[in-house]
Design a protein around this ligand. Structure first.
Ligand code: CA
Length: 224
């Protein structure tokens, strides 16, 4: 899950990034509104944390422009003031949530998590496909009641696939949403991680949840 944080207060931005990284989210950081808009128009994000007072272009006008261009990524607005008008304006322009400063990093992280769950159609902390369950809060995975031990990366990969269960997800999309650094998609980083994940999730089970769609990508599918 890739999050963009747009915040010009460098110290706060660094704290935010750190808090979100601890949640195993992939985090990009920008300090300027104009640069952020350019990025948002060219790269897919799962959630955007957006400060209102920004150099280059303010957060509200950025939000307005991205919604005008039909980019519906969930947005959490941050504001220096507990200004009611600003809050209403932000929500009218299509923000999904609003947090006045000062806030705790824990609260930002919790709200980002909630937006991610909402975006993936999951309202609960549990994700479930057949007998595979994922608790995104305790970060535990079980299949048929048996605990599955996953590394952070494997967990992130599985979480993304479960959020898009039944759909085919390309290798490029997985790189963009699950890995911190971009690498040549010709490398087999995704395949290697997928192999390990498959061994942990599917080995010993009749129905293989993780499927390769040749030439296209991967898909997580229930037996039904
Ligand atoms: Ca600011």
């Amino acid at each position: 899950m890739r999050v963009l944080v747009v915040e010009d207060e460098k110290k706060l931005a660094t704290f935010l990034r750190k808090g979100l990284l601890e949640e195993n989210l992939v985090v990009d950081l920008l300090h300027d509104g104009a640069a952020a808009l350019e990025r948002i128009l060219t790269r897919p994000y799962d959630v955007i944390v957006l400060d209102i007072m920004l150099p280059g272009r303010d957060g509200l006008s950025l939000l307005q422009e991205m919604r005008r261009q039909h980019i519906n990524t969930p947005v959490l607005l941050l504001s220096a003031r507990g200004n009611v008008n600003e809050r209403v304006e932000g929500l009218n322009l299509g923000a999904d949530d609003y947090l006045p400063k000062p806030f705790s990093i824990t609260e930002v992280v919790a709200r980002v998590r909630a937006l991610l769950r909402r975006a993936s159609g999951e309202h609960a902390t549990m994700m479930q496909v057949d007998d595979l369950s994922l608790n995104v809060v305790t970060r535990e995975a079980t299949r048929d009641g048996q605990k599955v031990d996953l590394t952070n990366r494997e967990f992130a990969l599985l979480e993304y696939l479960m959020a898009h269960a039944g759909r085919v997800v390309s290798k490029t999309t997985l790189c963009e949403h699950v890995w911190e650094h971009h690498f040549d998609t010709g490398t087999n980083v995704v395949e290697v991680c997928m192999q390990r994940l498959r061994r942990k999730v599917d080995e010993g089970h009749t129905h293989k949840l993780l499927q390769t769609v040749r030439g296209t990508g991967y898909s997580l599918r229930g037996a039904g």
